[in-house]
Design a protein around this ligand. Structure first.
Ligand code: ATP
Length: 453
């Protein structure tokens, strides 16, 4: 049994992410920039698979949700009306001893007053509000009249386009508008790898409803979202639902759940599911002077809909997926000796590469030709990777390490040299069990698609 601590496990995960091209530090050659990350060739696939699956279940597989892709910069008036300009802030404290800038809730208190978590110093400034929005200027003049912000959440575009979307989609309540996109927060203290970043992506749904349906839909969406995480391979017992207590909830919210995950660095929020009442639309109606009401044709009533919002972080979920998938087990090497195998046990649905294709030997032209034929056959269906270099066992290990769920090997049986009944069959190896089965090449697309979807 290995006795790696959670901190060591996290260190291994961060180093695997860099070594295998999942996640790099942004601007690395210039020393990086705190709280910013780049997704490498495999990371971008993982992230896309996650976003595509979210879009599939939240939009495509439903009749009651449509999509939107709003701009990142919006009229400053949006951020005034939403309350972000005045109140989207964290309380910040400076440690006068070590000069650390801290969020007030990061201070430690061992019964002898507040202390700096870095140096233990007690010479701290009073907390002051630090607005988390990145300020910028639109147009050639840099003055107050041209100020706006990089959006700190994607949701506001949905609220301000509510009327347009309602008109074009002709949806009846309850219905939702979904969006995936970048958001920016000038976090005081980014940390825990990508968990708290300054630039990140959100997957948000605003699900509009009648006031009397709000509380029921809050439960409904909490349950749907838990199912989602299970369906991408996160164990139910590592997911937790926190009922946000009254005093911590936004004043307009009638109920909020945080869906949390047991990261190696502790239990932390993956997603918030909040019943936000009619606060957002009311604010924008008031500030813009434009009606954001819904007209109920049956009752002939006009009213501002209420909304339930499941708001998930792409980057946090990607990190949870990697932490969940990371495992070490024992497997035989080329000579049958047991060795430690590093495996990312991704659900096939989100694995960056779905299937690797190997000719047994790279210097046997018929094997190579057949393997390349299989790559061509599979490419329209799944993302495949061809690899001919090194011993076959080593090639499997490389794929295990990046979580490729299936491996196909073309061997001499495939060519039908010894047994003609095996002509045009290959071995299909499954990553976790390492079990191999013999399957006909022509059946590969169906088999893979059915096991990956
Ligand atoms: P936290 O309390 O951790 O700062 P929050 O409650 O402010 O998060 P929300 O405003 O509810 O977060 O945002 C919805 C989701 O967006 C979060 O559940 C999270 O997945 C994601 N998110 C928010 N801030 C960040 C960040 N700095 N880095 C990465 N993801 C984030």
């Amino acid at each position: 049994m290995s006795t790696v601590t959670d901190a060591q496990r996290m260190e291994k995960i961060v180093s695997l992410c860099k070594r295998r091209g999942l996640i790099f530090q942004s601007s690395e050659i210039y020393g990086g920039l705190n709280g910013l990350w780049d997704y490498g060739p495999l990371g971008v696939e993982l992230k896309r698979n996650l976003k595509n699956y979210w879009w599939r279940v939240m939009v495509h597989e439903r009749d009651d949700v449509v999509g939107l892709d709003g701009s990142i910069l919006m009229n400053r008036a949006v951020w005034k009306a939403s309350g972000h300009e005045d109140t989207f802030s964290d309380p910040m404290v400076d440690c006068r001893s070590c000069k650390a800038r801290l969020r007030a809730d990061q201070l430690i208190d061992k019964g002898k007053g507040r202390q700096c978590p870095n140096c233990g110093g007690k010479d701290l400034t009073e907390p002051r509000a630090f607005n988390l929005m990145f300020k910028t200027y639109v147009g050639a003049t840099e003055d107050e009249s041209s100020v706006t912000y990089l959006r700190p959440e994607t949701a506001q575009a949905i609220f301000v386009q509510f009327k347009n979307v309602l008109e074009v989609s002709r949806k009846k309540l309850p219905f939702g508008i979904a969006q995936i996109g970048k958001a920016f927060r000038n976090e005081i203290n980014p940390r825990n790898f990508t968990f708290r970043s300054r630039e990140f992506e959100q997957m948000e749904l605003e699900y509009f409803c009648r006031a009397e349906e709000g509380m029921k839909l809050l439960e409904y969406w909490k349950d749907e979202r838990l199912k989602f995480y299970e369906n991408i391979g996160i164990a139910r017992d590592k997911l937790h639902v926190l009922t946000v207590p009254d005093e911590e909830r936004a004043f307009y919210s009638k109920g909020t759940y945080d869906i949390e995950y047991d990261f190696p660095f502790g239990r932390q929020e993956l997603e918030g599911v909040a019943y936000r009442t009619d606060y957002d639309l009311s604010q924008h109606q008031k500030a813009s002077g434009k009606s954001l009401e819904y007209f109920d044709e049956e009752t002939k009533q006009k009213f501002i809909p209420h909304v339930v919002e499941p708001s998930a972080g792409v980057d946090r979920t990607v990190l949870a997926l990697i932490c969940e998938a990371y495992s070490e087990d024992q497997a035989p090497d080329e000579k049958g000796k047991m060795e430690t195998r590093l495996v990312l046990r991704f659900h096939p649905r989100i694995a960056p590469i779905k299937c690797a294709v190997f000719p047994l030997l790279k210097n046997k032209e018929p094997l190579v030709a057949k393997a390349k034929e299989i790559v061509d056959l599979l490419r329209p269906h799944v993302f495949v990777f061809y690899d001919e270099s090194g011993a076959i066992g080593r090639r499997y290990r490389r794929q295990d390490e990046i979580g490729t769920p299936f491996g196909i090997t073309v061997d001499f049986e495939t060519l039908g040299e010894k047994d003609s009944t095996l002509r045009d069959t290959v071995t299909l190896r499954e990553r976790d069990s390492m079990k191999q089965e013999r399957v006909a090449i022509k059946d590969l697309p169906d088999i893979l698609v059915s096991r990956i979807r």
